[in-house]
Design a protein around this ligand. Structure first.
Ligand code: NAP
Length: 282
């Protein structure tokens, strides 16, 4: 790839950001399609997100991914926010059209495509057991609620956070039965796991091979599928345990890939070369 005076700039705002797999993923896609574009990582301190967002306009940057800790704080600096991003309360993709900045949330579609393609799972009429109530959990909630899930149980190390998430979505989806559970009450967790169709880990438990969600996993309904948003390592302790118990299960690399593919398509209007992007993970 040669960077020229005409090269269009894309990138990611995060802090820290040096671990990001997105530059590899998007640069391999640009190269494959022969696009005169480059994708770089920008480490933006939390207090500088407004200034950095204005710089997207000033510098004519075409598109930006947004990661921790800016997914919520960037919203006031944008001109428009898509319905998915509004519902989720977070933006992970910004498109610059002649200085007008629009925010999207492709984690929502990325999660949905991952559970459909990896696990053959369709949320309609089903029961979700969700661990974690942070930003990623909000994207999982949006994907499931917009696709007619029936019942959701949420647990988090902070019960208040799970309750706030439940309340936020109950307001928009009064027909969906959404309940926050205390992670301390193992007998209730076991009862609800036994009726779940899908278990999703949207907490960092299991990152870098350490730990797993503190829930009674053997109580999970034997027909349930499992999706772990954690992608480092690809085979988390949770995935290893549920696979041994006979569950179909998948890890977060596919969601990362599909959210990236959707961002790429929003920016370029081209079909993302998903196979090449996947290979870029190594
Ligand atoms: P976040 O906003 O910090 O939210 C995580 C939530 O989980 C917090 O409420 C946290 O509580 C809670 N938590 C921490 N440890 C827990 C445990 N052992 N059991 C239950 N709850 C626990 O983080 P996030 O952005 O949502 O990300 C969560 C995970 O998803 C990360 O591992 C991230 O890498 C992954 N992720 C993957 C993708 C993908 O494309 N595959 C996309 C986004 C995120 P505290 O606030 O008290 O810590």
């Amino acid at each position: 790839m040669s960077v020229k005076a005409t090269t269009q700039i894309y990138g990611i705002f995060g802090h820290p950001v040096k671990h990001s797999l997105s530059p590899n993923m998007h640069n391999s896609a640009f190269q494959t399609l022969g696009l005169d574009s480059v994708y770089v990582a920008f480490d933006i301190e939390p207090e500088n997100i407004g200034e950095a967002t204005n710089a997207i306009r000033t510098m004519g940057i075409k598109g930006i991914n947004i990661t921790i800790p800016h997914k919520q704080t960037i919203i006031p600096y944008l001109d428009e926010v898509s319905p998915d991003a509004k519902l989720t309360g977070a933006v992970n993709t910004v498109k610059n059209e002649g200085g007008k900045l629009t925010g999207f949330n492709t984690d929502v579609g990325g999660f949905l495509r991952a559970i459909r393609e990896d696990l053959g799972f369709n949320p309609e009429g089903k029961t979700l057991f969700l661990v974690g109530a942070g930003g990623a959990a909000r994207a999982v909630m949006s994907a499931c609620c917009m696709n007619s899930i029936s019942v959701i149980y949420i647990t988090d190390i902070l019960k208040d956070k799970a309750q706030t998430l439940a309340n936020d979505f109950k307001e928009n989806f009064p027909d969906i039965d959404i309940t926050a559970l205390s992670i301390e009450d193992k007998s209730i967790l076991a009862e609800k796991l036994s009726g779940a169709d899908i278990l999703v880990n949207a907490s960092p438990a299991g990152m870098d091979g350490e730990g797993k969600p503190d829930i009674p996993i053997p109580s999970l309904n034997k027909n349930a599928v499992v999706y772990d948003l954690v992608y480092k390592p690809p085979d988390t302790n949770l995935l290893n345990e549920v696979r041994e118990l006979g569950h179909k299960a998948s890890g977060g690399l596919s969601m990362l890939l599909y959210q990236g593919a959707e961002s790429f398509e929003i920016w370029t209007g081209e079909t993302a070369p998903v196979d090449v992007m996947k290979k870029s993970f190594g």
